[in-house]
Each structure stands twice: as C-alpha cells, then as structure tokens.
Design a protein around this ligand. Sequence first.
Ligand code: NAP
Length: 337
Amino acid sequence: MRAIGYTQHLPIDDSHSLIDFEMQRPDPTGHDLLVQVQAVSANPVDLAVRRNTEPLDPQAPKVIGFDAYGTVTAVGNAVTLFHPGDVVFYAGSFKRPGSYSEFQLVDERLVGHAPTKLTPAQSAAMPLTALTAWEALFEQLGIDPHADNHGKTILVINGAGGVGSVATQLAHWAGLTVIATASRDETIAWTRDHGSDFVVNHRQDLVPQVHDLGDQVVDYILELSNLNQHWPEIVDLIKPSGHIVSITGSDTPIDLRALKNKRATFAWEWMFTKAYFETPDMGSQHQILEQIRALLDAGTLVSTLTKTLQPINAQNVMAAHRLLNNHHMRGKLVIQN
Ligand SMILES: NC(=O)c1ccc[n+]([C@@H]2O[C@H](COP(=O)([O-])OP(=O)(O)OC[C@H]3O[C@@H](n4cnc5c(N)ncnc54)[C@H](OP(=O)(O)O)[C@@H]3O)[C@@H](O)[C@H]2O)c1
C-alpha cells in the first residue's frame, strides 16, 4: 500500500522532508479495524512529531498523520462496535503508524461512525480537534453540557484555530457566554460565526479588554496557544475557585503558586492520553465521537474545514505543513483522495 513518512528530521522546506513509499498492508487482530483512508487532516502536532529527535530507521520510514475518514475493510476477532463497510472517522493513536497511508489499523475504541450529512473532507477536519475540545471542556474543566450554564463565562485563548473553532461551538452549545481571542479581521469574523459572543485581541493585553466587556473575572479559561505568554493574564482573569485548562504545554515552568489565593484549579489536556496509556476509559473516545457525529448531522455543530488539498501525497502534506507553520490557520486543512 502507499504511505507517506520520513526517514530524516529535515526542515519542511526540504523536498525530502516527507516521502511517498510502499509498505506492506497490515492485517487487523484483536480490537483493530483496518480502514481504507479517503481523507486526513493536518495538525500542528504533525510538525512536532516530524521535528523531534528520536532515532530513525532509514529502511523503515515513520508514517505520520492524525485524523482520518474512511471505510472499514476488515476487523479483528475482538471487534464488537463496527463491521466491514462502516464509514468511520477518528484521530488515532500517538504510538502507532499514522493516517497518511492507504490503509490504517486503528483500535475500535478510538473510532466513531462518520457523519452522514457532511462531505468526507468536512468529516476528516473534525476528530482530533473535537476530541480535544470535548475532553478539555467536559472532562478537565468539569463543565456539564446538560446543566444550566447560563451566567457562566469562558475565555477561549485562540478562538479561530482548529481546536478553538470547535471549542467555541461546544461552549456555546453548553450555554456558556464565550469570549474568544483572535487578532485579524478574518479570524475575528470566523470566531464570531462559530459560537463566540465577544472577541478580544491576543496580540494586546487581554486583561483590560475583558474588563471592558464588563467581566472582571471569568469562570473558565481554555488556553489553546501559548501558555507562557498568556499565564499572567490567566492568573489575573480567573475567578476565585475558577478552572483553567491548557492543551499547549509550556517551554519554561509556570508558577502554579500564583493560583493559591484564588484556589483556582489548573489541568492539562492531551487527547492522546487515553490511547497512549490504554486507560480503562479509552472507549470514551468512541462515545465522544458518536456524540460529535450526532451534533454535526443535526447542524448543532458545523465542520471547521477551510481548505482542501488533493490527493494525499507527500507533496500535498508538505504544502499543508508549511501553511500550519505560520501559526495563522483558521479552522482546519484537509487532504483527500
Ligand atoms: N493537547 C492536545 O491534545 C492538543 C490537541 C490539539 C492541538 N494541540 C496544540 O494546541 C495548539 C493549537 O492547535 P490548533 O490546531 O488549534 O492551532 P492552529 O489552528 O494552528 O492555531 C492557529 C491560530 O492561532 C492563533 N494564534 C497565533 N498566535 C497566537 C497567540 N500568541 N495567542 C493566541 N492565539 C494565537 C491565530 O490567530 P490569529 O491569526 O488571529 O492571530 C490562528 O488563528 C497547538 O500548539 C497544538 O499543537 C494540543
């Protein structure tokens, strides 16, 4: 089967940074599905994976890529949730070969049935970002989407990126007032169209801008861009006993002591945690994707697709990675066959 990967850590402008190659098609066992991939998305994590310094086997390229839309062609003997012929979407696992290949093995507990009312590209745009946004809001921040959340406010730092574009929609669906950040006309308009009630500019101090909206502090903060840069603003703007989640990590230590007097809580979100550690609740990603599918098919959520490249090959993945590298993405970029 055809696949895309790398054998050397090269800058994305190098024409050999990703290569097309042939590899043996795998067979599914246990809980695995074999999926024929029709569309994939590009995520900032792909850049980090490609850049990292783990030793590489020059004879066996590392296949990258997360997010896929495709058709189940065979199943392992322990599979109960899917059948051959089912059309599915999923983000995948950090530890296994990625989705930039003709066929991919994926554990059924990480997979959902694909939306029926969206195009393959619109569907492929969603899984990784929707899982991240859902787990951050409804697991790590502890928001109950079915409770009465009116009067509660969330600040979403980076409202128009891939994750922010879903998070603002889900927070709006849960009944929260949503303040999102964006810095350019097109990202400001985009986040307003995707669930934000108010927009503030992350290139300027967020504190006076949020105060100007009438909020001295907010109940929840979802950090989706640069934790080190925004940490002092987060500490200032979180309500006493409020909740903060970050998906980005930090390259220098953050000072959690700054939250003590407000007794605010801080949590990380990593959407690969469940699959990476094979946690007992790993199957919750199947359930989340089934709920995302229902919300998409009902029109409650809309796909965040903004750009499509065709076909899935190394040249187009490299073009996608160059676009992600500039940190100005609005919504999601998909590559399809
Ligand atoms: N932990 C996890 O599970 C997980 C999952 C997914 C992603 N991530 C990470 O989360 C981050 C966001 O991912 P994404 O796919 O949503 O990103 P993305 O789509 O690449 O984000 C692009 C957006 O970032 C905004 N931005 C640029 N600089 C900013 C700043 N200093 N402060 C706030 N916003 C800024 C830009 O807005 P303007 O153009 O308007 O400035 C642009 O719309 C990445 O670092 C990614 O690796 C983590």
